[in-house]
Design a protein around this ligand. Structure first.
Ligand code: PAF
Length: 315
């Protein structure tokens, strides 16, 4: 399979480092807007060994030949990245979205003329990756990959894409499994997306606003806030037919904060680097969906606005 990875951020380079090892010549990397385009980079693996990688930079030709394109860009860059690349892709290319937050698929459906034969997949990763410089990343934590088809129009697109794409999806799964195990396929990836969203609704804004490591989110002072945020997430999810268990969410947040205790969350890293955050697609998503469905989400709204204010200060 020819694979193009879009994005030279911590996750894009992590995927490139692993996937290019199992599909050497067929994997290429495209930088996203305003990104420094590397010709090589250093990868420190989770055993602390350093590897140097030459980058096969993707051009139009690689896009035209791609069987799979993996968008490892921030949620607010997804639409633009898809708009710029999709016209070159094969009619049956698999499009894989790997970003934090939710709302991109709805945005794509309204802004991009998506081809029904190009299945859209969501890839959720819990791997930790840290950018030490623009050309050096470190694999800070081994995680898992959850992947599945996302449905814009479940009835039409979902079934059509699934039946036609089954072979290609199987091939992709086998590449990913050799490159970055374990990989779990989900017929209902939406449930997993919501679980990840819930974790991000708590860890990301709390660490960014208070400038703390992930582990500190577990201290007693944040417990009431975490519970209120989660209650809102459960209610909003329910209004769109997604059933989440409050206790499971709380346990998941505590476990993730513990497992990544020394990590700097992506949102805190963005705030510290004066970059745009993904808050609109995390707590902002809950706020907007709540509003659409007549549900007040005061805690998520407050976190969303506080992070927006931090962003405004830095811009
Ligand atoms: O955005 C992040 O940093 C991560 O998704 C998470 C789970 C909060 C861990 O750092």
């Amino acid at each position: 399979m020819n694979i193009v990875i879009v994005g030279q951020g911590a996750i894009g380079l992590l995927c490139y480092a692993h996937i290019s090892q199992v599909t050497a010549k067929q994997t290429s990397l495209l930088s996203s807007a305003n990104q420094h385009e590397n010709t090589n980079f250093t990868f420190t693996d989770h055993h602390n060994h350093e590897h140097n990688f030459a980058i096969n930079n993707a051009e139009v030709n690689e896009l035209k030949q791609a069987d799979v394109i993996v968008y490892c860009v921030k949620s607010y860059q997804v639409c633009q990245a898809v708009k710029e690349t999709q016209p070159f892709l094969k009619a049956n290319a698999l499009m894989v979205l790997a970003h934090n937050g939710m709302g991109c698929v709805e945005e794509l459906a309204s802004k991009v003329d998506l081809n029904i034969t190009q299945p859209l997949l969501a890839m959720l990763m819990t791997h930790g990756s840290k950018k030490l410089s623009s050309s050096h990343i470190e694999h800070t934590g081994v995680g898992v990959i959850d992947i599945g088809l996302v449905d814009i129009d479940l009835a039409e697109r979902g079934t059509l894409a699934t039946s036609q794409a089954e072979n290609r999806v199987q091939q992709l799964l086998s590449i990913l499994t050799s490159a970055m195990p374990p990989v779990h396929w989900h017929n209902n990836i939406q449930q997993k997306q919501w679980l990840k969203l819930a974790v991000n609704c708590v860890i990301n804004p709390i660490t960014a606003i208070n400038n703390i490591d992930n582990g500190q989110v577990n201290s007693a002072q944040y417990k009431p806030l975490i519970e209120k945020v989660m209650t809102e997430v459960v209610t909003v999810a329910k209004s769109v037919g997604v059933l989440l268990k409050f206790d499971e969410l709380i346990t998941t947040v505590l476990t993730v904060a513990d497992a990544t205790a020394k990590n700097c969350s992506s949102m805190r890293a963005d705030v510290l680097a004066n970059k745009t955050t993904e808050i609109d697609y995390i707590n902002g998503y809950i706020h907007n969906l709540g509003k659409q469905n007549g549900i007040a989400t005061p805690e998520n709204t407050q976190l969303w606005q506080t992070v927006k204010a931090l962003e405004a200060l830095s811009h």
